[in-house]
Ligand binder design. Structure first.
Ligand code: S3P
Length: 432
């Protein structure tokens, strides 16, 4: 059990690399010709699941701290794994690799941990079937998944769920099809796969509606250098911490500000947060230094069209709302129920321990902002979910009680250095 510290935050922090971009650099590097150099790679458990998977598929990888070299073998260069591929806790690895392996000339099996075994995989296998893929899930539509690699056909597929993981799986399959494909999204989602594949030489067009993606098959993908910017989903914990803890003033350096990911910045600004974004020169995705100071917060309404750009930060929105002056609502967020935990339920259960009043909706939360919280249970729980653990660690900073966190090690899924980085911002605190 971890005793949670209290005080304002001060200083500068260089964020670890973006998780979504790190996964994609490994997978796309593996199917490209020649070396791909990944700089500032995120060495978290989820990304290490992807790294191990490409090694098991016959790819050589050199590791030099946070720099990685992937010796890609081209789109037909992967080899059948000797054993089932272990996806660990990583939904992104699982879903993207399903698309990649659906078109390979060999069979694969994917397994995962207890949390991943509960997560839905038909959302990927069903649209892939429309391209001719042969994928078998359990009767519940979950792992283990068996993929019998097939010759795939180009298709026009309209997605029923706004999911970058599903879209990316289809794009990776479409690269291997016998004719062009069109994928139509429900709402625009993070576009790292499209951006990175273009950089590696693929012909992928996104229409003006930002929803329709056309993929030309069989590109000559050439290895590249990928500079991974800091992860805004990790920065978000400190953006929120500095906003809700009096006297805080921090700068988060080199944070990715791809606009499909900046919902948290937009929400913070709408709520009255004190944020300055200074864009940096970048050779890849856009990045910025972000200064954030304590602020008085107003309530917010988040609805369906806002969700994709803020999906992983919604637990933090609930926390911000708990500190705001009035009632906030999150709706259209039923996808939260299918994350590492049912995040509507786990957010409600954990924030209630701090005395925060909220109501669970099937697709969101209604949260009553309060200045004073009355802790009813000092033992908080990550539920084995990295983002719930980190959100509660930040929430605990606002409370005057001594609080504890069960299963703090869950943070290693996306942010192994989280507590070290949090402590560094607390140590540089100036008394005012
Ligand atoms: C991710 C997409 C999101 C997000 C996840 C990472 C990605 O999932 O929640 O943490 O890297 O594509 P969905 O696209 O399934 O919503």
């Amino acid at each position: 059990m971890f005793k949670l510290p209290k005080s304002g935050l001060h200083g500068k922090l260089l964020l670890p690399g973006d998780k979504s971009i790190s996964h994609r650099a490994l997978l796309i590097g593996a199917i490209s010709n020649g070396p791909t150099v990944i700089k500032h790679f995120l060495r978290s458990n989820d990304c290490l699941s992807t790294l191990q998977a490409i090694k098991d598929l016959g790819i050589n990888v050199e590791q030099h701290n946070t720099d990685i070299i992937v010796h890609g073998k081209g789109i037909k260069g992967l080899q059948q794994a000797a054993k089932p591929l272990d996806m660990g806790n990583s939904g992104t690895t699982t879903r993207l690799i399903m698309g990649l392996l659906a078109g390979q000339a060999f069979a694969s099996e994917l397994i995962g941990d207890a949390s991943l075994q509960k997560r839905p995989m038909r959302r990927v296998s069903e649209p892939l079937t429309m391209m001719g893929a042969k994928i078998q899930t359990t009767d519940d539509g979950t792992l283990p998944v068996k993929i019998t690699g097939q010759a795939l056909h180009g298709a026009k597929i309209k997605l029923q769920i706004a999911s970058a993981q599903v879209k990316s799986a289809l794009i990776l399959a479409a690269l291997q099809a016998d004719s062009p494909s069109t994928i139509i999204e429900k709402l625009p989602t993070r576009d790292h796969t499209e951006q990175m594949l273009r950089k590696f030489g693929a012909n992928i067009q996104t229409a003006q509606d930002q929803l329709t993606i056309s993929v030309e098959p069989h590109p000559e993908l050439e290895g590249q250098t990928v500079n991974v910017p800091g992860d805004i989903s990790s920065a978000a914990f400190f953006l929120v911490a500095a906003t809700i803890i009096p006297n805080s003033d921090i700068t988060l350096c080199n944070v990715n500000i791809n606009k499909t990911r900046t919902g948290i910045l937009n929400a913070l600004l709408k709520m009255g947060a004190n944020i300055q974004v200074t864009e940096l020169e970048s050779q890849g995705e856009p990045a910025a230094d972000i200064r954030v100071r304590y602020a008085h917060l107003f309530p917010i309404k988040i609805s369906e069209e806002d969700i994709p750009a803020i999906i992983d930060e919604l637990p933090l929105i609930a926390l911000l709302a708990a500190c705001a002056d009035g009632q906030s609502t999150i709706t259209g967020a039923q996808e939260l129920r299918f994350k590492e935990t049912d995040r509507i339920a786990t957010v409600a259960q954990e924030l209630r321990k701090l005395g925060i009043q909220l109501k669970e909706l099937p697709d969101g939360l209604i949260i009553e902002g309060q200045t004073a919280w009355n802790v009813t249970d000092p033992v908080l729980d990550s539920h084995g979910d990295h983002r719930i653990g980190m959100m509660m660690a930040i929430a605990a900073l606002r409370s005057t009680d001594d609080l504890f966190l069960n299963e703090p090690e869950a943070v290693s899924v996306s942010y192994p250095e989280f507590f070290t980085d949090l402590n560094s911002l607390l140590k540089t605190r100036k008394e005012v």
